[in-house]
Ligand binder design. Structure first.
Ligand SMILES: CC(C)(COP(=O)(O)OP(=O)(O)OC[C@H]1O[C@@H](n2cnc3c(N)ncnc32)[C@H](O)[C@@H]1OP(=O)(O)O)[C@@H](O)C(=O)NCCC(=O)NCCS
Length: 437
């Protein structure tokens, strides 16, 4: 049976978790997400699949009932393609964008109307199942403008977002209503425009300063993505050019973008209510926090360092020893979950020792270890230490790459030399603490 502290219900290798265990893991997120604004992009393929739509509708109603403010943007691409095919029409494209001709607007209006009706009826049904009144509204909060003539190509009734009626949208959400937005949007002169839904979801998220933009995307495109990535590191990811461009264009206005596979409707709840999520998080704000440890962190610290102690990488500490040394520790957390730690102990007035530097394996290779080290060096500098010492059995290369140099155990300050465990035979490293001018 998995230890509850290290239990991860979303990890397939964990034994089958109980309902209570799921609920326990989700509970911190319930309070955390309440009143947060979330823009969700539903691609047309998921709307076409009755079972997926039903599941998504239930989850949207659940999120709304938990106090999240939900803006749902509907894709209609597949539906429009089929309607065009059936009508014997074909799209004109330019740079992967559809050109919407005036004579095709009636077909566009009726098709998007059907997509909207499908979603509205599913959400009404899901609300009834939850014994909740229907709380989905759509309206003309988004104002369109023509995409215009680009490189000589007139995009006609293909539009972009000109502005949103933020006050009305915010009030609607504050009243507990879910907002539904379709690609069919109007300019101030009343002309109809077809706006690419993904572009619309980004623009609304940006203009609304939403807390999260959650996008279902083709599963194959997400297969090799990491769990979390900084917005500035996007270029190295195999994302579509459209998605890359939108993230760059709206980078400053977005807080967190979650990418979820379009064959996994459950990813929405998993991404929101489990520690490791089910998709990829692109974060543009400060995603993790670095702070001094406090008493409540002891279970999280034990969970983090025990496997490393068992592997002989870190020296074993009992919970009591950890508690006594707690004021030496800094911790790094994500969504109230500890993912890193390090301690700084004074040896004497001039020398301090760095110990217990650890980053949760799921979060390594993102520069977090370096960030912890930088923080402790700053602490050491602030406290007036001249040299930072370190004993390690496995990781001396990493520290050498971060400015430490190997030295003889005999060079340790006298009080630390007496405690050196010759059996453990750790390598000893030292780094001068430079005073910054
Ligand atoms: C060492 C540790 C804290 C680094 O954390 P991290 O968040 O992955 O660190 P960063 O992202 O800043 O650095 C990652 C780089 O270090 C390299 N690295 C990780 N462990 C290494 C090791 N033992 N030796 C050499 N390089 C190592 C990674 O390959 C990566 O290299 P890259 O940037 O070329 O891809 C983490 O691997 C860890 O928790 N290790 C176990 C505990 C430990 O050994 N602590 C030190 C004793 S106090």
């Amino acid at each position: 049976m998995a230890d509850e502290k290290s239990f991860d219900p979303m990890n397939a290798s964990s034994p089958s978790p109980s309902f209570s265990e799921y609920l326990r893991q989700a509970s911190p997120y319930l309070a955390q997400h309440r009143d947060k604004t979330l823009v969700l992009y539903l691609p047309s393929s998921m709307i076409s699949d009755a079972a997926m739509l039903q599941s998504l509708a239930r989850d949207c109603v659940l999120l709304n009932s938990l106090g999240l403010k939900l803006v749902i943007t509907l894709g209609a691409g597949d539906w429009l393609d089929q309607a065009y095919r059936e009508a014997g029409l074909s799209w004109q494209h330019h740079h992967n964008t559809r050109i919407t001709q005036a004579e095709h607007l009636p077909l566009l209006e009726s098709t998007i109307g059907r997509v909207r009706a499908r979603v509205e009826s599913s959400i009404t049904q899901a609300s009834a199942e939850h014994h909740l009144p229907g709380a989905l509204v759509s309206g003309n909060w988004v104002v369109a403008k023509p995409k215009g003539v680009i490189n000589g190509m007139d995009f006609q009734h293909t539009g972009t977002v000109r502005k949103i009626n933020r006050t009305a949208l915010t009030q609607t959400l504050a009243a507990g209503q879910m907002v539904l937005i379709t690609p069919l949007t109007y300019s101030l002169s009343g002309e109809a425009f077809n706006i690419n839904t993904l572009e619309q979801a980004f623009a609304i998220s940006d203009l609304l300063n939403a807390d999260k933009l959650m996008l279902f995307q083709p599963a194959a495109e997400l297969a090799s993505l990491p769990k979390a990535v900084k917005g500035s590191e996007l270029d190295r990811l195999p994302l579509s050019a459209r998605l890359q461009g939108l993230i760059h264009a709206h980078g400053q206005g977005l807080k967190r973008v979650h990418l979820m596979a379009d064959n996994q409707p459950d990813a929405l709840l998993q991404e929101l209510f489990s520690r490791d999520g089910a998709g990829t998080l692109i974060y543009t704000d400060r995603y993790h926090q670095l702070r001094p440890a406090q008493a409540e962190d002891i279970p999280g610290l034990m969970r983090l360092i025990q496997p490393l102690e068992a592997a002989g990488i870190l020296v074993s500490r009992s919970p009591e020893q950890l508690e006594q040394a707690l004021s030496d520790f800094w911790v790094m957390e994500i969504d109230q979950h500890l993912i890193g730690c390090a301690a700084l102990n004074a040896i004497d007035g001039d020398h301090a020792e760095l110990s217990c530097l650890a980053v949760d394996p799921a979060y390594r290779d993102q520069g977090l270890g370096q960030e912890l080290l930088d923080q402790l060096e700053t602490q050491a500098r602030t406290q007036g230490f001249q040299q930072l010492w370190l004993l390690t059995t496995h990781t001396h290369h990493w520290f050498e790459e971060h400015g430490f140099r190997l030295t003889d155990p005999q060079a340790l300050p006298a009080s630390r030399k007496n405690l050196y465990n010759a059996q453990r035979n750790s390598k000893v490293l030292v780094k001068p603490i430079e005073t910054r001018i």
